[in-house]
Design a protein around this ligand. Structure first.
Ligand code: SAH
Length: 395
């Protein structure tokens, strides 16, 4: 068995069951371990700590499979982990065959670097670690058995692949899917998802419950949906009787699919305004035109993947939230989100508070948002809690 020996005193995070070993903590690796191989991590005094997948050239040198020395990392191990993840969801949050859900959420489901989403009868997987890459065939075979999917599609094209030294891999793995568009049902509406070119595995499933919550507040209101992607919030707002919805995104393809999604649900297209623009610029334009809204949604992409980039990200959040507060009518609502792992819920609230202050508005937090519960957060892996949001009301 390959062995990773840590520097003296660097075992603390593993003793707290954090599932990553950073290269700076490694004294040496015994054996000829190549990326994805199984290894034991031991403390400097030789004590066993964890069984891991090693990646000698990456900044994250190892990701933990298990804490028990006797565990065998083999095909059965992956089958059991996948079965447990999928079984937990079936028991706690059963979703209908035509709905979508996250079946596997990486580290939080004991499978570092593996995301599996189900869009109706199509399963999409994303591998972003050398360890899961090594066991790719076993993972796909188990997913086929456990889900009975019509098709399995791979979207292993996340930015982090490069850090793991892996080449991107996308395309159909099993079954047939032509065109690669899947129609799902979500909280009473139908949505089309492009699993081949859409973001992440095609759609933002972490926002499912928040789309409904915010949509329910839209009746009779003029809504501004910033960073609308394929119109998830737009469709919910219209379905709940919004007076108008202005949807802004800088991706023409996303806007095109958003329009299709409105049509698919036979919702009033004359209440929609579609804007292909940079939100940072467009919010200023709206301010200069004295436009006002009753409900504004700000759901930007990840500005800060890590804590190191948090400061720059904070400026971005402050900017759009300040403008958002200024564009609200009295009594208006701001649903504002951050999916930056590097910005904590605490910091995000401070940024939003600073934005309200500088906008000269008196704002209350009336609700808080998290990702849907099929994106669990392991208590030992706080990085998993990336999505946070606030619902603010101004006087
Ligand atoms: N709210 C969406 C998800 C938003 S994802 C949902 O519920 O499905 C973030 C979106 O922001 C993407 O569609 C991306 O194209 C868009 N985007 C990124 N930077 C942007 C910018 N500066 N201006 C406008 N849109 C931007």
């Amino acid at each position: 068995m390959n062995k990773i020996i840590l520097k003296a005193g660097r075992e603390k995070s593993l003793l707290r069951r954090h599932p990553w070993v950073f290269s700076g903590a490694v004294a040496r690796i015994d054996g000829k371990a190549s990326a994805g191989d199984t290894a034991h991590v031991v403390a400097n005094d030789g004590r066993f700590l964890a069984i891991v997948a090693v990646n000698p050239d990456a900044n994250i040198s190892a990701r933990v499979w298990d804490w028990n020395e006797a565990t065998q990392i083999n095909t059965a191990f992956f089958h059991h982990r996948l079965e447990a993840a999928i079984g937990m969801r079936r028991t706690l949050f059963p979703r209908k065959p035509d709905e979508a859900e996250r079946l596997v959420h990486g580290e939080s489901d004991g499978l570092p670097g593996l995301i599996v989403d189900r869009y109706a009868d199509v399963v999409v997987l994303q591998i972003s670690s050398a360890g899961c890459h090594r066991w790719r065939e076993a993972i796909i075979a188990s997913l086929q058995k456990l889900t009975a999917a019509r098709a399995i599609y791979e979207r292993s094209d996340a930015d982090v692949l490069e850090l793991e030294g892996l080449a991107p891999r996308t395309g159909l793995v099993k079954g047939e899917l032509d065109p690669p568009i899947v129609e799902i049902s979500e909280s009473g509406v139908r949505l089309r998802v492009d699993v081949a070119t859409g973001h992440k595995t095609g759609f933002y499933l972490d926002q499912r419950d928040n789309r409904l919550r915010v949509g329910q507040l839209a009746a009779g209101r003029d809504v501004l949906n910033c960073f609308c992607y394929t119109g998830g919030f737009t469709v919910q707002a219209l379905a709940h009787g919004a007076a108008s919805v202005t949807s802004v995104d800088s991706s023409a393809d996303a806007l095109q699919l958003a329009r299709e999604n409105v049509r698919l649900n036979a919702l009033p297209e004359d209440r929609c305004e579609w804007v292909d623009a940079d939100v940072f610029h467009y919010l200023r334009k709206l301010r200069d035109q004295d436009r006002q809204f009753d409900l504004i949604i700000l759901d930007p992409p990840k500005f800060a993947p890590t804590a190191a980039t948090a400061e720059r990200a904070a400026r971005g959040y402050k900017d759009i939230n300040l403008l958002g507060f200024k564009l609200l009518r009295p009594g208006g609502l701001l649903a504002t989100f951050s999916c930056s792992g590097g910005v904590s819920a605490d910091l995000f609230r401070k940024i939003v508070a600073g934005a309200a202050l500088d906008a000269g508005t008196d704002a209350q937090v009336i609700d808080q948002f998290h990702s849907t519960p099929d994106h669990p957060v392991s208590l030992d892996f706080p990085e998993g809690e990336y999505l946070k949001g606030l619902l603010c009301r101004i006087n």
